[in-house]
Design a protein around this ligand. Structure first.
Ligand SMILES: *Cc1c(COP(=O)(O)O)cnc(C)c1O
Length: 425
């Protein structure tokens, strides 16, 4: 059985490691805060997705925004992944490491600009997931100007509710995303009349960190019905983009079987398209592929008491990993040295940033920690580094990719010079 996370204590007295690589040695060599990812774990999750959709035409388009580090994009491109991008910048990242993957790129996002559309048109991407009628007009204009035909899908808003944090729920009419599914047929008819637009697909994305298969099935059902209607209208719809959003379990105490999860997910989506001949499914997983492959290593700076409360202050902060404060997210935190007794403390694990929202855990039961100790904040591979900022003029962390026995620095630590280089006093 492949463990859910690649970070384990190899023996009862052995410090936490990523495969055969000791995290303490990585912290010593590269400093902290440090993101560490397992290439094998990412490949394994990608393989699970591939297997779950075997026998069905499909393309897995990794959602770049989950973790856009070049080495991870390169690794996934080599596995045959396509990419779901939400900006011209993300497209440039894909082109930088895998120009041959341009034809496997789908472009989502509610606010695409003319220069971004131009870049995507010139690059010959697979599909534009158009999110408004205004965007469709602009795309038609840019495509005509560049004399490049654009394959389009409308991202429809299916009005399906999925249980998740409100900030990452996107499939209801009240959200800014997509085009009302009831209007879609009329918008497609308009698109079909434009010689530079080629209606080729339909897309949907109902949100992120969704842990049950049902809402995915419900959304795919609604979209599959629209595919049938559009085909009746004479439009050769070839792609059904079912979006991303498959969640993980951040709590270690909760059972989680990624193999089963992806099977259930695939079964729900595949059932919706079982009667659509020749359809190619596009899937856009982000978090599911990379979250649990990554950890954020931090060093304890101070342990202090304020009244009844104990605070463990680390050198990583909310600028490195904002998920706990932005989404009230839970992240398991492990000491790198295995605990020597069963004694525990209850503490808030916080960063140095001047915000009370700068925390990784509140009232968490932990093995006792002291200054100098290393901790690993788990499941930080998705929406960690990609949301990092320079708040408090803190340079962004370095990143290491572990492949088998080898560990490689894939992003050096950001320096003060890097941070000041764009400014004029
Ligand atoms: C964010 C996003 C994804 C990926 O979501 P995950 O929850 O990371 O799988 C996929 N598609 C679109 C359009 C997105 O915005």
């Amino acid at each position: 059985m492949v463990p859910v996370r690649p970070f384990e204590y190899p023996g009862s007295k052995a410090p936490l490691s990523c495969g055969p690589v000791s995290l303490a040695s990585l912290a010593k060599k590269h400093g902290t805060p440090l993101y560490v990812y397992s290439a094998d774990a990412i490949r394994y999750r990608f393989g699970l997705f591939q297997q779950a959709f075997a026998g069905q035409r499909h393309l897995i388009c990794y959602a770049v925004k989950a973790n856009s580090s070049l080495a991870i994009l390169k690794l996934l491109a080599a596995e045959g992944a396509g990419f779901d991008i939400v900006s011209g910048g993300e497209l440039e990242r894909v082109l930088a490491v895998a120009p041959e993957a341009a034809g496997r790129v789908v472009f989502s996002g509610v606010g695409k600009t003319a220069p971004e559309l131009d870049l995507a048109l010139r690059s010959g991407i697979l599909l534009f997931n158009v999110e408004s009628e205004g965007e469709l007009e602009l795309l038609a204009e840019r495509a005509a100007k560049l004399r490049k035909r654009a394959r389009i899908a409308l991202r429809v808003n299916p009005d399906v509710f999925a249980e998740t944090h409100p900030y990452i729920s996107t499939g209801l009419r009240e959200h800014k995303f997509g085009i009302d599914i009831r209007r879609a047929r009329a918008v497609y008819r308009r698109a079909a009349q434009d010689k530079w637009l080629e209606p080729a697909g339909i897309s949907v994305h109902i949100g992120s960190q969704i842990r049950t298969a049902d809402p995915f099935g419900a959304a795919a059902d609604r979209v599959a019905k629209l595919v049938r209607d559009l085909r009746k209208d004479g439009l050769p719809i070839q792609y059904l983009d079912a979006g991303g959003g498959l969640g993980i379990e951040y709590h270690a105490a909760q059972p989680f079987h990624p193999e089963e999860k992806v099977q259930q997910y695939a079964a729900a989506v595949r059932a919706a398209v079982s009667e659509l001949s020749d359809i190619t499914l596009l899937l856009e997983p982000g978090r599911f592929l990379v979250a649990q492959a990554g950890a954020l290593l931090a060093r304890v700076l101070y342990v202090k008491k304020n009244g009844e409360k104990t605070f463990v202050i680390t050198d990583a902060g909310m600028n490195d990993l904002i998920r706990p404060t932005l989404y009230q997210a839970h992240h398991e935190i492990l000491p790198v040295e295995p605990p020597s007794s069963r004694r525990t403390i209850t503490a808030d694990v916080v960063g140095p940033v001047c915000e009370s929202g700068d925390f990784f855990a509140r009232d968490r039961v932990l093995a006792p920690l002291k200054p100098g100790d290393l901790v690993a904040i788990l499941d930080a591979g998705a929406y960690g580094m990609s949301l990092a900022s320079n708040y408090n003029t803190r340079g962004r962390a370095a990143e290491v990719l572990v492949e088998g026995k080898r560990a490689r620095l894939i992003r050096r630590r950001e320096t003060l010079a890097d941070m000041l280089s764009t400014e004029t006093p």
